[in-house]
Design a binder for this molecule. Structure first.
Ligand SMILES: Cc1cc2nc3c(=O)[nH]c(=O)nc-3n(C[C@H](O)[C@H](O)[C@H](O)COP(=O)(O)OP(=O)(O)OC[C@H]3O[C@@H](n4cnc5c(N)ncnc54)[C@H](O)[C@@H]3O)c2cc1C
Length: 447
């Protein structure tokens, strides 16, 4: 059964987060954006309200909410501030490898702790020299007895500066690419762990992004999230579940930009009329709304697939790159609609636009999403139509007239010319390819 309505629990969750976003996040964010600091008190409040870490499975003491619920929550928080949404949701990103891990002892130790206490966990694949190409990471993990020793630098790590736990991807040998990658749970206060200065950014300044330097960090075997050889797949499975949520960030941020634009269009008077009366403005608003609605449907579909236990990889990529690029267009159009005021820091549009800009970059750039989808289109997708060389589209055939079915038709594989007769011609009269270029398309071969 296909249905798009939310159930009562989902509606209640949405209402609770909406209230938190409008009454508590919105008034706080400009200050923290200016200070370039994570408003930790808001994350703590979200944790107390059951909004943060809500995806920890019930078996480990969590609420066990699905990805669809995560999308609902994220849209509302991102509508108030995408930077706060990134800081908040980063716990789910950091935790997901643990949730998917085969190390039950570690899961039983750490997940209940994250469900019960306000602790942050970040996720680190990226390094100064690589981001998109995860298989080429360099951070080294050397096995020594009952420990791994980590050496290397992780870069761009959201919440690194405020994290208690770090999910670190490292390799036993960089030359082996995918085959050497493992994942480890590292604690912030362990010897050899240093966090860099907070990176100054264009947007999402209410989120913390920093490097993690690991020097001879000793990780006990109990803290192995994924054994060498299993880390790369784990990172990819994680992204398949977290990319729809980046799409939800985009839906929330674009929705706010659109709402502010609607409000402004109804008030701003130009040439003796409200700008909402101009058809060019009306069409812009219509397109903004269309993009927000379309993006949400794609996000919900990807989240629904994940919740059904299906592999959401392709839908997650589509949702991410459509929603984030649509949000960029909506934010840009909203700023244009505000005229000069849109360009000032006195209205929220310039912040939204700067915040949205990141969404097409982290958790796999738009280009990387296109690589994933094109890989599926070219190699995995099962077409309904027959291959071109078997195409039974024959002009002289009148299937309403039974005698017409006597026709034998041959199709030139090169130029598509259809020849009628018991045999193919010696050569094609259009492209001059030889007889062997022709394939019989009617009567069609059985099966
Ligand atoms: C604010 C912020 C927060 C982040 N948070 C985290 C985090 O918490 N954890 C983490 O691990 N990482 C994080 N990242 C890193 C982020 O995931 C990477 O920046 C991103 O994956 C891109 O990697 P890169 O910057 O190294 O770009 P590169 O991989 O060097 O790519 C450069 C450009 O080339 C394009 N490109 C690459 N390969 C191809 C190709 N095959 N075909 C066509 N184009 C291609 C890319 O799309 C991009 O436009 C964060 C980044 C930022 C900016």
């Amino acid at each position: 059964m296909l249905q798009f309505t939310l159930n009562d629990e989902q509606k209640a969750l949405q209402a609770k987060v909406r209230d938190f976003a409008v009454r508590e996040v919105l008034p706080a964010v400009w200050h923290y954006e200016d200070k370039e600091e994570v408003p930790l008190f808001l994350l703590k409040r979200a944790f107390e309200l059951g909004i943060m870490n809500s995806d920890i499975p019930k078996a480990y003491g969590g609420q066990g909410l699905g990805l669809l619920e995560a999308a609902l929550v994220t849209e509302e928080v991102a509508a108030a501030c995408p930077g706060v949404a990134t800081s908040l949701f980063d716990n789910s990103l950091g935790m997901e490898p643990l949730v998917l891990s085969e190390n039950e002892t570690l899961k039983k130790r750490v997940l209940p702790e994250l469900a019960g206490q306000f602790k942050r966990i970040c996720f680190a694949t990226s390094e100064p020299t690589m981001g998109s190409d995860v298989a080429s990471l360099q951070c080294l993990a050397e096995r020594k007895g009952n420990r791994y020793i980590l050496n290397g630098t992780k870069y761009w790590i959201t919440n690194a500066g405020v994290a208690d736990y770090m999910t670190i991807f490292a390799t036993i040998d960089p030359k082996t690419q995918h085959e050497g990658i493992a994942a480890f749970l590292v604690e912030r206060d362990w010897k050899g762990v240093t966090v860099g200065k907070s990176l100054p950014k264009l947007g999402q300044r209410a989120s913390n992004t920093a490097a993690i330097h690991l020097q001879d960090v000793e990780v006990p075997l109990e803290n192995v999230i994924a054994e060498p050889g299993k880390g790369f797949v784990l990172a990819m499975r994680t992204f398949s579940r977290t990319r729809p949520i980046i799409g939800a960030f985009a839906v929330g941020a674009a929705r706010s930009a659109m709402e502010f634009a609607i409000d402004y269009a109804k008030k701003r008077r130009v040439f003796g009329s409200k700008i909402a009366n101009f058809e060019a403005i009306q069409f812009k608003l219509a397109e903004m709304y269309q993009k927000v609605e379309t993006a949400r449907l794609l996000v919900w579909k990807a989240a629904w697939e994940a919740d059904q236990g299906q592999d959401p990889t392709v839908s997650a990529s589509i949702a991410k790159f459509y929603a984030t690029e649509a949000a960029l267009e909506v934010g840009n159009d909203a700023l244009q609609l505000f005229g000069g005021y849109g360009y000032t820091r006195m209205f929220p549009i310039e912040k939204l636009l700067r915040d949205i800009r990141l969404l097409t970059i982290y958790e796999g750039t738009s280009e990387v999403q296109r690589l994933i989808v094109s890989g599926h289109v070219l190699n995995g997708y099962k077409p309904v139509m027959p291959p071109l060389e078997d195409l039974p589209m024959v002009r002289r055939l009148d299937l309403g007239n039974p005698s017409s079915q006597e026709v034998t038709a041959w199709r030139c594989r090169m130029c598509g010319h259809v020849h009628y007769g018991p045999e193919p011609p010696e050569e094609c009269p259009f492209c001059f390819f030889p007889k062997t270029a022709f394939k019989q398309v009617w009567p069609r071969a059985e099966g």
